[in-house]
Design a protein around this ligand. Structure first.
Ligand SMILES: *Cc1c(COP(=O)(O)O)cnc(C)c1O
Length: 497
């Protein structure tokens, strides 16, 4: 299996090279040259395995340059017993015969990012060993809140790596911020930027592709990589849980083997839903991928009309991890759906950087409509959905998952499509206690974060994850705030170069 760049189809690299580099030097993203297939027999066989076994079966189809022993080490290290608060790792919670919730937040930082960021350090270490001898890897992360903490936790004290996380100073929840600023480890740094997530992501991307910085790094035996979902090593582990969820849907009797499901994904950077698309293309019986957005509904408009236009107001919503106007992974989908047309993909992306918009060809948009549905909701609707599902189903959703649930409800009403459905649940509700509490309680008494956590617990009896409870009273270790123009300097300062 080889990987190529969405902006230059003549590129050929191994999976180790794609993962170690993170992004192609031409600014494109790495994609596998073909999508491996699995049959219903394979799915039936994989169903009999635990999560570690399922992950090995899927990952080996993509990471063909990893030895079996290497893959074993990566997968077992990431998902071994005790790391996730469910022995199923990504359990499926059945609401009714038609609807199940895929709980992707059972990992150490209580967000779905752990599913990939627990394994990425292993994948990256193996990849670097194959491709970059005697080089220290510097992981730069732009985060809308959850990736930062999950990456810090995954990479802390991993030999031969340094990690630096940039987050938007006013763009993350108090719990997300505290999780990052109190991070332990000798190789970690965290810095707030005066800007939003898109500024952070653009800043990181431009550092990655700056030739002068690259030279400076080479002189110091350093190399960049990315822990954002632009890195293939972030995406490929996410394909696993969609295959696994389908196996569990069959096992719990919600569908018969071969019967289709719909998948609803609360979406920001388009990584999670793209992984679901790969699972569908591999052969998992998926009918529709439903892309759910908050008030930053640039993806809803794009998927419905074929025009991507980021020239619009940016909203800070109650689902901050989806407050994104430039969804990087869409580039991969467009590349695939254009029939691997690198020139066309590149021209759309350059137009996005230039004028902030582009319109895909009619054929590409038609293909999008075959696989995708899209919708968005307001913060008010998000709250109502949290309340309704808590009261009717006794199940507590976080704000991001509630966006997905609301968009699904609307889809159900409008389409009458009764296909059994899985909603990807991306965070534990206690990461967003203020919003979740105010959704189910009209007269919130608490004022500070941890009294809200307690009040939410009193009201719901939903267990508070230990990792979050323990943050109470901790003093932040990282308090720096920088201008978005100054990010490269922060990197140099951290590394002392
Ligand atoms: C990152 C994140 C999302 C968005 O996922 P993408 O892969 O960026 O589309 C949704 N919900 C939560 C809680 C997240 O942390």
């Amino acid at each position: 299996m080889y990987y190529t760049s969405t902006r230059d189809s003549s590129v050929r690299v191994s999976s180790a090279q794609a993962i170690a580099k993170g992004i192609s030097p031409d600014g494109g993203l790495f994609v596998p040259v073909e999508i491996p297939k699995i049959s219903l027999d394979d799915i039936s066989r994989i169903s009999g395995l635990d999560y570690i076994g399922r992950a090995k079966e899927i990952l080996k189809l993509y990471l063909t340059d990893f030895t079996e022993e290497e893959l074993d080490r990566c997968v077992c290290g990431a998902y071994r017993a005790g790391k996730f608060s469910s022995d199923k790792v990504a359990p499926l919670h059945k609401i009714n015969d038609r609807l199940s919730i895929l709980e992707l937040w059972r990992g150490p930082t209580c967000a779905f990012k752990d599913m990939a960021l627990q394994i990425l350090p292993y994948l990256l270490t193996v990849s670097a060993g194959k491709t970059l001898k005697d080089t220290k890897i510097v992981i730069l992360v732009a985060t809308s809140g959850d990736t930062g903490k999950a990456a810090l936790e995954g990479f802390k004290d991993v030999e031969n790596t340094e990690i630096l996380v940039f987050y938007p100073v006013d763009g993350v929840s108090p719990m997300q911020k505290l999780q990052m600023t109190t991070q332990q480890g000798g190789n970690v740094s965290v810095c707030a930027i005066k800007g939003n997530f898109d500024d952070a992501q653009s800043g990181v991307k431009s550092i990655f592709t700056n030739k002068q910085i690259e030279e400076k790094f080479k002189e110091n035996n350093l190399a960049f990589s990315s822990a954002n979902s632009i890195n293939w090593g972030r995406l490929v582990p996410q394909i696993v849980y969609y295959v696994s969820a389908y196996c569990d849907m069959v096992e719990q009797g919600s569908v018969k083997l071969g019967e289709k499901i719909n998948v609803v994904v609360p979406t920001g950077n388009f990584g999670n839903i793209l992984a679901a698309y790969y699972a569908k293309e591999m052969g998992v019986p998926i009918k529709k991928l439903i892309c759910a957005s908050n008030a930053n509904n640039v993806l809803t408009d794009f998927l419905k009309t074929g025009t991507y236009d980021r020239n619009r107001k940016f909203y800070c919503t109650s689902s901050p991890s989806m407050d994104i106007l430039i969804s990087s992974n869409l580039e991969r989908l467009i590349y695939i759906l254009s029939g691997c047309d690198d020139e066309k993909t590149k021209s759309y992306m350059l137009s996005l950087t230039g004028s902030g918009k582009y319109t895909v060809d009619h054929e590409i948009h038609e293909k999008i409509c075959e696989s995708f549905e899209a919708g968005f909701c307001t913060d008010g609707e998000t709250k109502q959905t949290i309340k309704q599902i808590f009261e009717n189903e006794n199940y507590l959703l976080d704000t991001h998952t509630a966006v997905a649930a609301d968009v699904y409800n609307t889809y159900l009403k409008e389409s009458g499509d009764l296909t059994p459905t899985v909603i990807a649940s991306t965070a534990n509700p206690y990461k967003f206690s203020a919003s979740v509490l105010s959704a189910i309680e009209e007269n919130v008494k608490s004022e500070d974060e941890f009294s809200m956590v307690e009040e939410l617990f009193e009201k719901t009896k939903e267990p508070v994850p230990k990792q979050l409870a323990e943050l109470k009273g901790k003093t932040p270790r990282f308090t720096a705030v920088t201008d978005k123009e100054n990010m490269a300097q922060v990197v140099f300062d951290m590394l002392g170069i």
